[in-house]
Ligand binder design. Structure first.
Ligand SMILES: Nc1ncnc2c1ncn2[C@@H]1O[C@H](COP(=O)(O)OP(=O)(O)O)[C@@H](O)[C@H]1O
Ligand SMILES: [Mg+2]
Length: 338
């Protein structure tokens, strides 16, 4: 659906020095109908990537293919037409204050010179689609933050785009409104079959709605894959952000072990680890952890403490055998040294 190939964007330095490389050979594949998150620190190149996708920014080199068309090579009317198939949603919807919700949604259709009958029908559809029925004649000052973002989403969808690009769509919203807007975006993807790219700095957004996730670091792809892969591979940077291990409790007089079991074919829950300990006559206690269910699979990073059933300290060989068994089951098990 969206394919970036060796996308590079350099900006001339303001002081005439070395150019700034905002994107450096980015390869990316966004599956049709997926919700793809792009994460990375400030300055990583996320906005530049989105601007290249919309054709607002021309790459220094590389391809930006949407539905088989390299938009980096289009000009004039062809570029305008390609851009109509791409909807944008921003952190702040920046609605026109003097217009009602419905009139704001109609705005892109007026610019595209859609005929008035079609425009009215399309606006009515969009109002219904984003759940604004009853509010369509309100002005922005009479709408909540969540309703304003619904108008922004409806406006982004007005021209029936196949791709919706969202730049920090929920960063200005409170947690419960964020959840409603994310539910709406997922629902729109399901109903319309659109492909969604979502830029965010919030890992909770990625956990909640993304199918795939890409981490940009200094203009390069540091990690890219399905959410489940990303969450369950503790050797790569995203796992610790998606499934953070809480700080280890102190003062427990037992051996502590960190366990990551997202990739295991045998350990499917923290309880399974407790059960394995039982087969060694040991007692495992879960003392800290983050557990998420991603694509129907439980991914956990938990810390356990281990001792003998009679509460005496576990022997070194006993501990080693337990760790070996966990590792054979593809659990990443690391003894915590204090
Ligand atoms: N128009 C521009 N001119 C010069 N440098 C730019 C321009 N746009 C972005 N940059 C630089 O490119 C890098 C990536 O910026 P940006 O894409 O905005 O990152 P992000 O959105 O991840 O914070 C930064 O170093 C930024 O200063
Ligand atoms: Mg940005």
């Amino acid at each position: 659906m969206i394919v970036l190939e060796q996308l590079t964007k350099r900006f001339p330095a303001p002081d005439g020095g070395d150019p700034v490389t905002a994107l450096d050979g980015v390869d990316l594949h966004v599956r049709r109908g997926s919700i793809h998150g792009i994460v990375g620190r400030s300055g990583a190149g996320k906005s530049t990537l989105i601007r290249c996708l919309t054709g607002l920014e021309r790459p220094t080199s590389g391809r930006v293919e949407i539905d088989g068309v390299d938009i980096a090579r289009l000009d004039g009317a062809a570029l305008r037409q390609a851009r109509r198939r791409i909807g944008m949603v921003f952190q702040h919807a920046n609605l026109l204050d003097s217009r009602t919700a419905a009139q704001n949604i109609a705005h892109p259709l007026e610019i595209a010179k859609a005929d008035p009958a079609h425009r009215r029908q399309r606006v009515a559809e969009l109002v219904d689609l984003v759940g604004l029925t009853g509010r369509e004649h309100n002005h922005p000052a009479q709408l909540s933050g969540g309703q304003i973002q619904r108008v922004g989403i409806a406006r982004g969808l007005a021209a029936e785009p196949q791709v919706l690009l969202c730049d920090e769509p929920t960063s200005a919203l409170d947690p419960s409104t964020t959840r409603q807007i994310l539910d709406l975006i997922r629902d729109l993807r399901d109903r319309l079959g659109i492909t969604v790219v979502i830029i965010t700095h919030e890992m909770s957004v990625v956990r909640e709605i993304c199918d795939d996730v890409t981490l940009l670091v200094d203009g390069r792809v540091a990690q890219s894959g399905s959410l489940l892969e990303a969450a369950s591979d503790p050797t790569k940077p995203l796992a610790a952000e998606l499934i953070p291990l809480p700080p280890a409790p102190t003062g427990i007089d037992a051996v502590a072990v960190d366990c990551d079991y997202g990739r295991s074919t045998r350990v499917h829950s923290a309880q399974d680890i407790v059960d394995i300990a039982g087969t060694y006559d040991a007692e495992a206690t879960i003392v800290a952890g983050t557990i998420e269910t991603i694509s129907g699979v439980q991914v956990g990073r938990v810390q356990i403490t281990l001792r003998n059933r009679d509460h005496t300290a576990i022997s070194r060989p006993g501990l080693e055998r337990f760790l070996d068994e966990l590792r054979e089951a593809d659990v990443v098990a690391t003894e915590v040294t204090r």
